[in-house]
Design a protein around this ligand. Structure first.
Ligand SMILES: *[C@@H]1O[C@H](CO)[C@@H](O)[C@H](O)[C@H]1NC(C)=O
Ligand SMILES: *[C@@H]1O[C@H](CO)[C@@H](O)[C@H](O)[C@H]1NC(C)=O
Ligand SMILES: *[C@@H]1O[C@H](CO)[C@@H](O)[C@H](O)[C@H]1NC(C)=O
Length: 455
């Protein structure tokens, strides 16, 4: 009797230790996977830089969809571009040798992204063209180690980012436009999975085991169902047994019906911009070059986002509880052109002063002033931040949403001293802005007020 009971205790104890040790086990279905709480670092990070880099930087024309527009859709302007710029019979594969990356300086990139205020960086490890920016053993020679740069681009950038404590995200396309195995599966109505089992899955596992990413930014999901991609099985492994199971964050592009419904945080569509506060953590991805994610040598200044629109987008996104992922496309040599550097650095300069209202903030009870979209709110505990885009001519900013109390205190980030305020006639408060030369302020646009003691 006694020994049986001891054995039972031992069994119970073992089970308890296993339970404490492992946390919940996720099963390969969306109900289970969707219930996983998002690791906290992601919501606090708020700002990321997206990097679209691949063989498409060689033609550097149109967009990173060059190959598809040229030989998938056969758009006449692409056929003409090829005839005019490359010898006859040039194939897309021929471009790989010219993807030299000989100016790629990962430590400089990491410095630049940190100065931009990015707390995470997402690199295309493989775009829809299928070229892998690391030495994938299942990619034949269609990768950056066997051809082109002859370097492990994914690994080198990861190491430089880690030295600066910047989180590392890996973009990965499930589909490959012209992979014969993928095309055969597609012909079979996605009833066979030869491509998934010999390419997609081995590469996803390889990426996780080699580079231990903080984030997997999945894409290229839209043609096949989750049963084809086997994505729930991969995510269950990622959350239960992978080396990054406690910290890794994923997005929502895991099957033709997944986006905006399943996965980790939601991207929904590219450049998604909700009009009201979403109930689920989300991220807005957008690109400084409004017409492309990959580098284009023919881009015009008027086609780029300017500093004000970048900051306005960021503020809008963060007040609605989103993260902001801003893209640059490096050249085939690995240069981030100075105009992109300038945009990134000006964002960072704004964040140096106003970041307190952005990083680790939460949406407030109101997201923007009712009558205007030029005043936005964020919060931290009982502190409310007001970010305003236009300096009122009167020098007095009227806010109707915060309700003042006798203890209300108003300050301005980057400016020392209290600001005067009074109760507005109807509701809210009237704040007298500092009457000083603009040069006093460290940044010349989008200022932040900090309110304490308001409801
Ligand atoms: C695909 O998913 C099935 C069902 O969850 C699983 O049994 C199998 O091991 C998975 N295969 C791969 C290669 O991930
Ligand atoms: C996608 O979801 C919609 C709505 O839930 C459903 O009607 C449709 O059948 C789904 N499509 C696929 C391919 O699963
Ligand atoms: C916002 O303005 C509209 C139209 O002026 C008004 O109907 C609505 O009640 C206002 N909402 C708030 C929260 O003040």
């Amino acid at each position: 009797m006694a020994s049986l009971s001891a054995a039972r205790w031992l069994l119970l104890l073992t089970a308890l230790v296993a339970w404490v040790d492992c946390g919940p086990r996720y099963t390969p279905d969306w109900a289970s996977l969707d219930a996983r709480p998002l690791p906290g670092w992601f919501d606090e990070a708020k700002v990321g830089v997206f990097v679209h880099w691949g063989v498409f930087a060689v033609p550097a024309w149109g967009s990173e969809w060059f190959w598809w527009h040229w030989q998938g859709e056969r758009r006449p302007e692409y056929e003409l571009f090829m005839r005019e710029h490359f010898p006859p019979d040039t194939t897309y594969a021929d471009f790989a040798a010219r993807f030299t990356a000989h100016d790629f300086a990962p430590r400089f990139w990491a410095w630049l992204f940190q100065r931009a205020g990015a707390r995470y960086v997402v690199l295309t490890t493989k775009h829809h063209e299928g070229f892998t920016n690391w030495g994938s053993p299942v990619s034949w020679n269609w990768n950056s180690v066997d051809t082109g740069p002859h370097r492990d681009l994914v690994g080198e950038l990861g190491q430089a980012l880690r030295e600066r404590n910047i989180r590392y995200g890996l973009y990965h396309s499930l589909l490959e436009w012209f992979n014969p195995l993928y095309l055969a599966d597609k012909q079979n109505g996605f009833k066979t999975q030869n491509f998934v089992f010999s390419k997609t899955m081995p590469e996803l596992y390889d990426l996780v085991l080699r580079y231990k990413p903080d984030l997997i930014w999945s894409d290229g999901d839209w043609e096949g169902p989750d049963t084809y991609w086997n994505s729930t099985s991969f995510l269950a492994w990622l959350y239960n047994d992978s080396p990054v199971k406690d910290t890794v964050v994923v997005n929502d592009r895991w099957c033709n019906n997944c986006s905006c419904h399943h996965g980790g945080y939601y991207n929904c569509a590219d450049k998604y911009k909700p009009g009201t506060l979403p109930q689920h953590k989300w991220e807005m991805c957008t690109s400084i070059d409004k017409r492309s994610w990959g580098y284009r040598s023919n881009m015009q200044l008027s086609e780029l986002m300017d500093e004000s629109s970048i900051i306005a987008d960021l503020v809008h996104t963060v007040s609605f509880g989103g993260n902001y992922l801003l893209n640059v496309g490096p050249t085939k040599e690995g240069v981030i052109v100075p105009i992109f550097q300038e945009r990134l650095l000006s964002l960072g300069k704004w964040l140096d002063v106003n970041g307190e209202a952005i990083y680790a903030s939460k949406p407030w009870r109101v997201q923007m002033e009712n009558t205007t979209n030029s005043v936005w709110y964020t919060s931290k505990g009982s502190t409310v931040y007001v970010i305003f885009m236009t300096w009122p001519d009167s020098g007095v900013l009227k806010l109707s949403s915060p309700l003042p109390s006798p203890n209300t205190q108003v300050t301005m980030l980057g400016f020392s001293g209290m600001l005067k305020w009074e109760k507005a006639p109807e509701k809210g408060l009237l704040i007298t802005l500092p009457n000083v030369a603009p040069s006093v302020f460290p940044v010349q646009r989008c200022w932040t007020l900090k309110l304490n003691g308001v409801e």
